[in-house]
Design a protein around this ligand. Structure first.
Ligand code: PMP
Length: 319
């Protein structure tokens, strides 16, 4: 029997008895502690990942999706903050599968690895500081509504530039920028924020990449427009170009192109494939999730749930 997963992991959902990996050992969540002086807590000097595993009721299996690619991205990003991953990617995958098994998940699950500056020192620097590393896992359902369409606003907060805090690094401090925009959007009655960069071009959501569809072509901002180089984004580019035979342009997008697009959708490990039906109080297309978005959403779920043999190599079973 499948279990029901909460929309968002929280201490309540994983508290106490959950197994986590923490600085070289497996322990209970309640036994993983950080000192109050920890550098990363004060200065945002951590790099994290978000990985999903999907419960497959038919096969009684839990499939992690593109886990090795997530750890490889983390390894590359760790270099930006002068950190070194403590394990090979194969070891990290094995540790993760062990945690999933120990925690006996039978629902969609979220995996959160974090590498961080663990020194209890004052200077906000990167060099010559030890790294801490841990992974927690938690049941997680849909992070945002993926059915009815998201209502978005263009944020008044601009995206941080690569020469300020690189968005590509997925570093913890970056998410202050995301949190400012997400709260602004939700407190103004919207579901999600869309960032512009300092040039006024569209970047991404608070935790999602973005695509627009115009005249049968998909367009998404290039990595040089201050976005996270998303794994879901790469997955969808493969599906659109290889399986659907459509074009994906990676180029800068003007704000008003959002308003005139036939379809807009967001994507990410958490958001999966989420249609956007309204931006800045303008209806996108006919106000319903677009046909291409829905085809992509269904193709995506087929892939992550183990129903597309072509992409089976992106899945690793936990059981
Ligand atoms: N952009 C941002 C800012 C994000 O936090 C995320 C979520 N990780 C994404 C894009 C999507 O990336 P991915 O598909 O690799 O999860």
């Amino acid at each position: 029997m499948a279990q029901t997963a909460p929309a968002e992991p929280s201490a309540e959902t994983i508290r106490d008895r959950s197994w986590v990996y923490f600085n070289g050992r497996v322990c209970r969540y309640e036994d993983a502690h950080l000192g109050f002086m920890t550098h990363a807590l004060h200065y945002g000097t951590g790099i994290f990942e978000g990985i999903r595993a999907y419960w497959d009721d038919k096969r009684n299996q839990l499939w992690t999706f593109r886990m090795a690619e997530h750890y490889e991205r983390m390894r590359a990003n760790a270099r930006i903050l002068q950190m070194k991953m403590p394990h090979t990617t194969a070891e990290l995958c094995a540790i993760t599968l062990d945690l999933l098994k120990r925690n006996a998940f039978r629902s969609d699950t979220y995996i959160r690895p974090l590498i961080y500056k663990s020194a209890e020192v004052i200077t906000p620097r990167l060099h010559s500081l030890p790294d801490g590393f841990g992974i927690y896992t938690s049941a997680m359902g849909n992070y945002v509504d993926i059915d009815s369409g998201l209502r978005c606003m263009v944020s008044t907060w601009r995206r941080i530039d690569d020469n300020m805090i690189p968005a590509r690094a997925k570093c913890t401090g970056t998410y202050v920028n995301s949190a400012l925009a997400k709260s602004e959007a939700e407190q103004n009655g919207f579901d999600e924020a869309i960032f512009l960069n300092a040039d006024g071009h569209v970047c991404e959501g608070s935790a999602e990449n973005i695509f627009i569809v115009r005249g049968g072509r998909c367009i998404t901002p290039p990595p040089t427009d201050n976005i996270l180089e998303g794994i879901t984004r790469a997955t969808l580019i493969a599906v659109i170009t290889e399986d659907m035979g459509l074009e994906v342009l990676q180029r800068s997008i003007d704000r008003t192109e959002l308003y005139v697009a036939d379809e807009v959708f967001m994507c990410g490990t958490g958001a999966q494939v989420s249609p956007v039906t309204e931006i800045d109080r303008r209806t996108i297309g006919d106000g319903e999730p677009g046909p291409l978005t829905l085809r992509l959403q269904s193709a995506y779920f087929d892939i992550v749930k183990g129903n597309n043999s072509k992409y089976q190599h992106w899945l690793t079973p936990a059981y």
